[in-house]
Unconditional design. Structure first.
Length: 81
């Protein structure tokens, strides 16, 4: 049985994640939301890429621009694993 991508991502809310975008930039933050298009909401976000390192706070990232996602935390107690 396979799990839909949105369901799999929903299981790691609100862990800290690192996302890599198509243009090579990376965003690290706490994953707080996802929609049916796999757009993601991050809180406490920091961007890095090239010589750019900056704090952004809350961001919404378009799902079609995300190449990879790495979860850095453990599942939140009470959520299905």
């Amino acid at each position: 049985m396979s799990i839909a991508p949105a369901s799999a991502i929903d299981q790691i809310l609100p862990q800290k994640v690192v996302l890599t975008l198509k243009d090579g930039r990376q965003f690290a933050g706490r994953l707080t939301g996802i929609d049916e298009h796999l757009n993601l909401v991050l809180e406490e976000t920091e961007e890095s890429g090239g010589e750019v390192n900056r704090r952004l706070g809350r961001v919404v990232l378009r799902g079609s621009n995300i190449v990879s996602m790495q979860a850095l935390g453990t599942p939140t107690p009470g959520r299905a694993a």
